[in-house]
Ligand binder design. Structure first.
Ligand code: UN1
Length: 505
């Protein structure tokens, strides 16, 4: 087993076009959660090197901002083509580094392709408004201009899709990107950069250093966050990380897009299609081993359907396949590391202390070697929303609670710090509309009869409160990557002042 993954990795990286010098003989050691074995030793960049990287990006910005947006879109079109060509290899590398099932590894690359397609169309639709003015012979409009260097900080669980959401938009919007991937998933970052490099070579005349990767730890991340030449920091990770990054960027009046924790819930109403709810909850709560920011972590089930649904769910938890994503078709892969396993076990212990009944949650030792952490997903029946239910534990734990009154359930639903994603399962129009209304879910994503995870790229992605308030991906999220100018043009021979002010000299 031991040599297999490292060898597999080296072959994939070679095929994907990554220079071996970038992942050999360095100080950052990367591991695969699939077996726990070391996959590479990457040379790291210190703060000074990060500064130089940002300097090169700032030079690239001056050239790229002048390239017409539809031509910038052509680069992203080529990126989409290269991603299609590399889908199988990059998807497998995602499985190696993040432990995702083959289908979810491939799905992550598909999400990259989708955002490229979206961004290509967008490159001809960076629309500004024309606005009625109060002055005769005047015209008012707004224009959208490139913003500057975009810094991307991404997490291990979507190691490449999150970069692509940011990069596809940043590039069409006229901005270069400097990317600091998670220390847990540096190889998929190098591979994505190599794929973009091929698109750049085909594109021909793009400025050098439009997209660069920083390999390093905390010091490198801080250098990126604190550098005033970085106009926008788009950071995905824990709320703890966001609490540090947000104020630092704000202190220098930079812009940030924060995609932080989620504590996402579903509500199952009396009229719900329970077969459908069961499948949606199973994917939302157990998929990606509970390591999505959109993972369903809490479930409120109406008293009248609790006994029809929850025992079936518990059965599904007991029978779900857990195993090596490279050698089996298991639906649930490993946790990312021992720290994730320990956090899961202590949350389960706290849930028991708070009166919870735990189903599942034990280690599946036979699924991998000692250094890999496979677990049975856990469903915990809780007497009420208390203790660890308020926290996001990045592992497959679903806390299930009974409710009788929908308005009270929505109150509980909204009573946590995070505000990313949410679902209601109902066939009653009044219930679904209440959930989607101003008095309903307080999350950035609110769904009906689908789970909390697996959002498409066409919508704006992000959430409120401790989730950070940022929006990425579709809809008009592109506006976060550009600066707006309001322009008033006087084509008359007079100079009327706004608000009727007179100033005759
Ligand atoms: C994340 O977990 O950081 O909606 C992103 C989803 C995916 C993206 C998740 N499209 O689950």
């Amino acid at each position: 087993m031991t040599d297999t993954i490292a060898k597999d990795c080296t072959e994939l990286l070679a095929r994907l076009g990554v220079d071996a010098a970038l992942y050999t003989g360095g100080t950052l050691h990367s591991f695969s959660p699939v077996t726990g074995e070391r996959t590479a030793e990457l040379p790291e960049q210190d703060a000074a090197a990060v500064g130089a990287t940002i300097g090169r990006a700032a030079v690239a910005f001056r050239a790229w901002r002048d390239v017409p947006a539809p031509r910038r879109g052509e680069l992203v079109r080529l990126l989409g083509e290269e991603l299609r060509a590399s889908k199988a290899d990059l998807g497998r590398l995602v499985s190696i580094e993040a432990g995702k099932s083959p289908s979810e590894g491939a799905g992550e690359v598909q999400e990259m392709i989708d955002i490229c397609d979206f961004a290509v169309g967008l490159s001809r639709q960076l629309y500004g408004l024309t606005i009625a003015t109060e002055r005769p012979g005047h015209r008012m409009m707004e224009t959208w201009h490139p913003l500057g260097v975009v810094g991307v900080i991404s997490a291990f669980n979507f190691p490449v899709a999150v970069w692509s959401w940011n990069t596809a938009l940043a590039l069409v919007c006229g901005n270069p990107v400097v990317w600091k991937p998670s220390e847990k998933t540096p190889l998929t970052a190098l591979a994505s950069q190599a794929i973009l490099d091929r698109a750049l070579a085909r594109f021909g005349d793009a400025p050098a250093h439009l997209s660069q990767v920083i390999i390093g730890g905390r010091e490198a991340g801080e250098a990126l966050v604190e550098d005033p030449r970085v106009a926008l920091v788009s950071a995905t990770g824990s709320t703890r990380m966001g609490r540090q990054v947000g104020p630092k960027v704000a202190a220098r009046f930079g812009r940030s897009i924060l995609e932080l924790g989620g504590n996402n819930a579903g509500i199952v109403c009396p009229s719900a299609d329970l077969d459908m709810a069961l499948r949606a909850i199973a994917f939302g709560a157990m998929g990606t081993a509970g390591q999505r920011c959109t993972t369903m972590r809490r479930l409120f089930v109406h008293d009248s359907v609790y006994d029809a649904l929850v025992p079936r769910l518990i059965k599904a938890y007991g029978s779900v396949s857990v195993g090596n994503p490279l050698t089996t078709q298991a639906l649930v892969g490993p946790l990312v590391d021992k720290a994730a396993f320990d956090a899961m076990q202590s949350a389960l212990a706290a849930a028991k202390t708070a009166g919870g009944t735990v189903h599942g949650g034990a280690r599946v030792a036979e699924a991998g070697p000692e250094a890999a952490f496979y677990v049975k997903p856990a469903l915990v029946e809780m007497p009420s929303q208390t203790g660890p239910v308020f926290e996001e534990t990045f592992a497959p734990i679903l806390y299930v609670m009974r409710y009788t009154d929908l308005a009270a359930a929505i109150e509980d639903h909204n009573a946590v710090g995070a505000g990313l994603s949410s679902s209601i399962f109902t066939t009653d129009l009044r219930e679904s509309e209440l959930f989607l209304s101003a008095a309903g879910s307080d999350c950035g994503i609110a769904n009906v009869n689908i789970g909390t995870s697996g959002a498409e790229i066409g919508g704006a992605f992000g959430g409120e409160k401790e989730t950070g308030g940022g929006r990425e991906s579709g809809s008009d999220a592109w506006k976060g990557y550009m600066r707006r100018a309001t322009n008033t043009i006087n084509y008359s021979r007079a100079l009327p002042l706004a608000q009727g002010v007179v100033f005759d000299i």
